[in-house]
Design a binder for this molecule. Structure first.
Ligand code: ADP
Ligand code: MG
Length: 330
């Protein structure tokens, strides 16, 4: 059995079976956006993400400033997906000898600015020589035990929502990869290079108990929905035409794909929040969307597990999605 066959998620599934936690205060280990450990009345949320040059970012289009910002954003987004409050982080970096000090100082300047914006502190890390730039952040946050939103709480009959718009980041990446373009639409590029984690939205949903399950969209709308469905043991239906698409997405995606919805469904790195909620909360969710000025769109509904996971096309025909989204090794 090789990695190509089982993919990133198959591998994580195996690791999950190899490792069992022993401390009773571990509320959640492997299997959600963050790990959760009980600390009296509160819980500690811990998450880590790795970014590797050539895999997660490309030196020809990212600058140290945006790299710092994005490294933190992907971790903040995982805390947002649980409804937590981010607090501290550690950062380990692998750096090639060729890298100028000015690159590293700009990178840290960006971390400092983002840390101030999100009221978090850098409290340590590690440094090593490396062939390529490697960045690993471990972010620690806190939350109230009763407020945490896991991946496994979705119930048949719940609505399925997504914040912001979807597909912009994947399309932004395609545009960055296209050589000799005279003009590149800022909004799509920015979504790829500087995503904004939905910290405030995550906390509001948690505090007000407005979501039954939640995840952030890092690998793609379909695959991240699938994670909720697997953890919650349910099925779902998503209407393509309900997907929130930006004006720029509608315009530019036609150059890359005949199917308008493909990148929105499969593309990753939007770092929007995807969550389920009981139907009786519709009004409260619209009010929250208005008060935070963040679009929240109902895109589908949770079904019993036996119904599976289906996408409803524009013409009303249903299909079962395969080849869901980004998966390392595949
Ligand atoms: P996300 O996309 O939200 O960062 P991942 O898909 O990377 O989540 O991870 C899913 C779960 O698997 C998380 O609980 C994460 O901590 C765990 N995980 C990922 N890689 C490993 C690994 N190499 N060893 C142990 N646990 C892992
Ligand atoms: Mg996540």
């Amino acid at each position: 059995m090789n990695l190509e066959k089982i993919g990133e998620f198959g591998l994580i599934k195996r690791i999950r079976n190899w490792i069992k936690t022993s401390n009773p205060d571990v509320i959640r280990g492997i299997g959600d956006d963050v790990a959760i450990v009980e600390m009296g009345r509160k819980v500690m949320m811990i998450t880590t993400d790795i970014l590797i040059e050539g895999i997660h970012f490309n030196m020809s289009w990212i600058d140290p400033y945006r790299l710092g910002k994005k490294s933190l954003a992907v971790n903040l987004s995982d805390i947002a997906a649980m409804g937590g409050i981010p607090k501290y982080f550690l950062i380990s970096i692998g750096i090639p000898k060729r890298l100028p000090i000015s690159f590293i100082s700009l990178f840290y300047r960006s971390l400092r600015r983002e840390a101030r914006r999100f009221k978090i502190d850098l409290i340590g890390g590690d440094t090593s020589l490396s062939q390529k730039i490697v960045i690993n952040i471990c972010l620690i946050g806190e939350g109230d035990k009763e407020d945490i939103i896991f991946r496994d709480g979705a119930k048949p009959g719940d609505d399925l929502y997504v914040s912001g718009t979807v597909g912009d980041s994947a399309l932004g990446l395609r545009i960055l990869q296209t050589k000799n373009l005279k003009y590149r639409p800022k909004k799509l590029i920015n979504k790829q290079l500087s995503p904004i984690p939905r910290i405030q939205l995550g906390q509001s949903l948690a505090r007000n108990h407005l979501a039954s399950a939640m995840i952030d969209i890092s690998d793609g709308l379909l695959i991240d929905t699938k994670h909720i469905l697997e953890e919650s043991q349910v099925g779902a239906r998503i209407w393509e035409t309900y997907l929130p698409l930006s004006r720029q997405y509608r315009k530019w995606s036609t150059f890359y794909d005949d199917n308008l919805y493909d990148m929105a469904l499969r593309g990753g790195e939007d770092y929007e929040l995807l969550f389920s909620a009981p139907r009786n909360l519709r009004d409260r969710i619209s009010s929250l969307s208005l008060s935070l000025k963040i679009p929240i769109t109902r895109i589908g509904e949770i079904l019993p597990k036996k119904e599976g996971f289906r996408i409803i096309r524009k013409d009303g025909r249903e299909y079962l999605p395969n080849a869901l989204g980004y998966n390392h090794f595949k």
